[in-house]
Design a protein around this ligand. Sequence first.
Ligand SMILES: *Cc1c(COP(=O)(O)O)cnc(C)c1O
Length: 404
Amino acid sequence: MLDVQKIRKDFPILQREVNGKPLIYFDNAATSQTPQQVIDVIVDYYSNYNANIHRGVHSLSQEATDAYEQARLKIQKHFNAKQSHEIIFTSGTTHSINLIANGFSSLLKKGDEIIVSALEHHSNIVPWQMLCERTGASLRVIPMNENGDLILSEYEALLNENTKLVFVNHISNALGTINPIEYIIEKAHAIGAAVLVDGAQSCPHLKPDVQALDVDFYVCSAHKICGPTGVGMLYGKEEWLNKLPPYQGGGEMIAEVSFEKTTYAGLPHKFEAGTPNICGGIAFGAALDYMNAIGFENIAEYENELLEYGTAELQKIEGLKIYGTAKEKTSVISFNVGAIHPYDIGTILDKMGIAVRTGHHCAQPIMDFYKIPGTIRASFMFYNTKEEIDAFITALKKAIMMLS
Ligand SMILES: *Cc1c(COP(=O)(O)O)cnc(C)c1O
């Protein structure tokens, strides 16, 4: 089991106060907090070996290159990718998705179809709409039901010989639903379509095995896994990454350049134009080390307890409705209280030191489905506690009294 009091000491930010109250941070689905172990790695990089990578013969450049490539190996191992060059460093999930959407511009034609799910984040909708505009392909959507589950029979009905790509998130950031991606991948592969899974919300809570999943592309952001902002990764099967053209031109991604013709570097450099977020990549590796030391099974078990406890306590409040009641879900609770605007509750909670997210959570189609403008979302990580949930429930009841 995990020792939450010991873990909390790793996070300097959890010791601070907000508006005179101890911080209760329940906005983990937007970004997670950073432990001292990762902060130390960032400070060490800038204090001791800040240099550009892959180009210098001098010692600092070699140390930085080694640390950066070590981080790539850690990520490879964590996700069980077959080869390290199947891991591409990006600036985050959004960048990874755009890289792939751009790459498919030259592989799609009019009449082709792309399937996305009703549960997607805007970053997993808009790039595909742009891709459809460029290529004449069309977008089909797997619908959801009232619980926040995808309707799989409808998914199967959408699949046909024109389906080229299926894009779905592993876990919904707005509702916490864990999607049956094994099944989705198997069905897509049966008709020859490629699958990209948005793992931004799953990687904080579980350890995906890209080979066991047989997924074609898997993407995530470091900042939701106790790492820094501005860095993330794209896993792609080698055969797919070789098929896709480079996304950006520049330094680092070339083999030879002349004004007549430029040839591209091999994987992974083909997709890594320019100076990357070197420190961020190294810290991303350190964040995975940190989470693996706690253990993803321990994390999942503890977060499930928080989810069950939080759900039960919230359900006791009169007029409170939870959106997203899928059987398989993570520690995200989206809710509203009567007709009170989520923003008003969020503002009062902040006065009491409690950080929650209010709004549409970059998933407006889900809000449209429920015919609501938004929700209040409390999302827990392994460093949160039942005592914090109790304080949150008390504060929430106060806010409701003030607003009714
Ligand atoms: C956060 C999130 C994204 C976007 O991640 P960025 O780090 O902002 O690029 C995409 N999809 C899901 C499910 C998310 O939770």
